[in-house]
Design a protein around this ligand. Structure first.
Ligand code: GCB
Length: 652
């Protein structure tokens, strides 16, 4: 039976898809090459300087952006993308708080600087946390927030002079405040008998190292002056016909014509349309299925959009191709449905984290992680605790790895972080996130936060507003946040569609007593379910484990203890998944760096893989479990509706 509010959006979602769009101004399409578009990556070595001055403002006082950085003082070579923290041997840089400066020259093709029908855009994938950007000394952009892209149209700047190069300067500040996401606070230590004058530290309430810098690709790309600014696609299924609703935003011209073609994986046109908005119908559609749920998961169509526009510079064409997965998502009182079939999340929580590069994007690491996920038989992950790189989301679409897409709302524990200023910023971040990730079939649910103090009085209004805003932006997906509050005290959970609960039985309390886990976990599930009658995901559980530590009988921190603890959880998960538990996500996929503290032996060691991606014993245990779960929950299409005759099943 469909539950009230969730049921309503499950039914109305596809019809309402146009309404949410109106709230999203502007687009954030992934920059791609096409017949009308070029891109030039600015990855590689940049000049770099951290501003160690007492007030950290020397760079602004001396206007470091006006002349090449090397002319205003010494610089370091800094790779982009990468965090800057672990690159040098300078301990001060590892824990640096304040402004750092990046600079790089880019040579532009002549056409980009001479053809006024070309638009040149500078795009920064992620700058943590606050960024100011200049091109040739001219301020072009400013952005708050460390995990989402932003861009600046620099055509006018590069098309006005005889220059064929441009100098890009980016100042990045990693300071967090109670009003940023995630929140943090600078603490001045004023006792001069203990600390030097002006001494301060940054306190945070999250458990990962606050890596900073230019974490994702920086690039220049072009579009014609009249261009496809945004595309939004939602999908539905009627019997065996796939429905693809599209809406396209154009900028740079009021007089244009749009053609859309939907192509299957063989390149055959299966549907076409014209105009900025419409519905394509695909008879006998191949649905997008999660990994291991179907013999041919992750089927992607291509939506080819062609714009022909009249402009003052003459007629222009623009081409953009969007991958489209046709699938539905719905929530009932006890189930999470994908394409109308019960889906069980068996997967992991991750971090963007690795040796040396910190949170810097790296293709080798990315592909290795996806190979490990597939080896493990994981069908899902949560982007704990911030949106991951766009390239990660693209691979999830291609491999069928289902995503709970989480905002950087982690560590919202202080009362100030529930202020109007914080809420407004959080709403804006959700807009940026939905705008960026709305077209990914892999994304099946938004998570607005992790472990906030949702028992505090202002949390009720805060989460009600935040969740309803997110639903208004995207009525096609359920919304949640991840709680660790008591079920009776939580003021945010009434507004979620799926309850996501973190618990660390026999780890953060009852140390060493694995015998209490079953009772405590069963009580947890029963309490939440009785109170809300909503499906539940065990969104974190785990134990700190130093690879190579062995103790039998199991002791904390040994590989045996991690395995034993997981096994105790699995007993209850196996009972409750027959009722209303719809998923289990281990904490964590891999060990990761944190702040230094007596509880952390060089980072958080709850990974089932080490930070170098080698398996601990628990990885083999989970692998056996996940493949078994996959076999039990696989959807068997009837012979007549088989969607992939002649194709080999996807197995490892
Ligand atoms: C949690 C947090 C996660 C931590 C984890 C731990 O509840 O959500 O960010 O890393 O516990 O290991 O303590």
């Amino acid at each position: 039976m469909l539950r009230g509010p969730a049921g309503a959006w499950a039914v109305l979602g596809p019809l309402l898809w146009g309404c949410g769009l109106a709230l999203l101004q502007g687009g954030m399409l992934y920059p791609q090459e096409s017949r009308s578009r070029e891109r030039k990556e600015l990855n590689g070595l940049w000049s770099f300087r951290a501003d160690f001055s007492d007030n950290r403002r020397q760079g602004f006082e001396q206007q470091w952006y006006r002349i090449p950085l090397r002319e205003s003082g010494p610089t370091l070579d800094m790779p982009v993308p990468s965090s800057f923290n672990d690159i040098s041997q300078d301990g001060r840089l590892r824990s640096f708080i304040g402004w750092v400066w990046y600079e790089r020259e880019a040579i532009l093709p002549q056409r980009w600087t001479q053809d006024l029908g070309t638009r040149v855009v500078l795009r920064i994938g992620s700058a943590h946390y606050y960024a100011i950007v200049w091109v040739n000394g001219v301020h072009v952009a400013e952005h708050e927030g460390g995990h989402l892209p932003f861009e600046a149209d620099i055509s006018k700047l590069v098309q006005t002079g005889p220059l064929s190069s441009c100098r890009v300067t980016i100042a990045v500040n990693n300071t967090l405040s109670p009003y940023t996401l995630p929140p943090g606070a600078i603490l001045y230590k004023t006792d001069t008998s203990k600390y030097p004058k002006g001494y301060f530290v940054q306190n945070t309430n999250f458990d990962f190292f606050n890596y900073a810098g230019l974490h994702r690709p920086v690039l220049l790309y072009t579009t014609p002056a009249a261009y496809i600014a945004d595309i939004t696609v939602t999908t539905d299924v009627d019997q065996d016909t796939g429905l693809v609703n599209y809406q396209i935003f154009i900028q740079g011209s009021d007089h244009f014509h749009l053609e859309v073609h939907l192509l299957d994986e063989e390149g055959r046109v299966v549907a076409k349309g014209t105009g900025g908005q419409g519905q394509l119908q695909v008879p006998r559609a191949h649905l997008w299925w999660p990994y291991l749920m179907h013999e041919h998961p992750a089927y992607l169509y291509s939506l080819e959009v062609k714009l022909t526009a009249q402009t003052s510079a003459g007629p222009l064409s623009d081409f953009y191709t969007l991958p489209v997965g046709i699938r539905t998502v719905a929530v009932t009182e006890r189930q999470f449905l994908i394409n109308g079939k019960p889906f069980y999340f068996h997967g992991v929580n991750k971090h963007e984290d690795a040796d040396i590069r910190g949170k810097g994007f790296d293709w080798s690491l990315l592909v290795k992680d996806f190979n490990l996920l597939r080896w493990l038989g994981a069908n899902a992950f949560r982007t704990s605790h911030y949106p991951y790189a766009e390239e990660v989301m693209q691979l999830c679409d291609r491999y069928g790895i289902v995503v709970i897409d989480e905002s950087p709302g982690v560590g919202i524990v202080l009362v100030q972080s529930y202020s109007n200023v914080s809420l407004q910023h959080h709403l804006a971040v959700m807009e940026e996130m939905v705008r960026r990730d709305k077209n990914h079939p892999a994304v099946v649910m938004w998570s607005v936060a992790n472990e906030p103090s949702s028992f505090l009085k202002p949390a009720g209004y805060y989460f009600k507003t935040l969740i309803s805003h997110t639903k208004a932006l995207d009525p096609s997906r359920p919304v949640t946040f991840v709680t660790n509050s008591n079920y009776e005290a939580d003021l945010g959970v009434p507004y979620v569609d799926v309850i996501c609960v973190n618990s660390y039985y026999s780890w953060y309390h009852d140390y060493g007593h694995m015998e209490v886990i079953q009772l405590q976990l069963a009580t947890q599930f029963e309490n939440w379910y009785k109170a809300y009658r909503k499906p539940i995901i065990q969104s974190e559980y785990g134990a700190e484990t130093i690879a190579g530590f062995h103790e039998d009988p199991p002791l904390m921190f040994s590989e045996e203890y991690q395995k034993g603890l997981l096994e105790q959880y699995h007993v209850i998960l196996d009972q409750k998944r027959k009722e209303y538990v719809v998923g289990e996500l281990i904490w964590n996929f891999a060990d990761f760096m944190t702040d230094q503290s007596p509880q952390r032996a060089i980072g958080n060691r709850k990974g089932i893989f080490t930070r170098q991606r080698q398996p601990k014993s628990a990885a083999f245990l989970l692998r056996e479990r996940y493949w078994k779960l996959a076999n039990e929950t696989r959807y068997q299409p009837s012979a007549t509706r088989s969607q992939c005759a002649g194709k080999s099943p996807f197995t490892l």
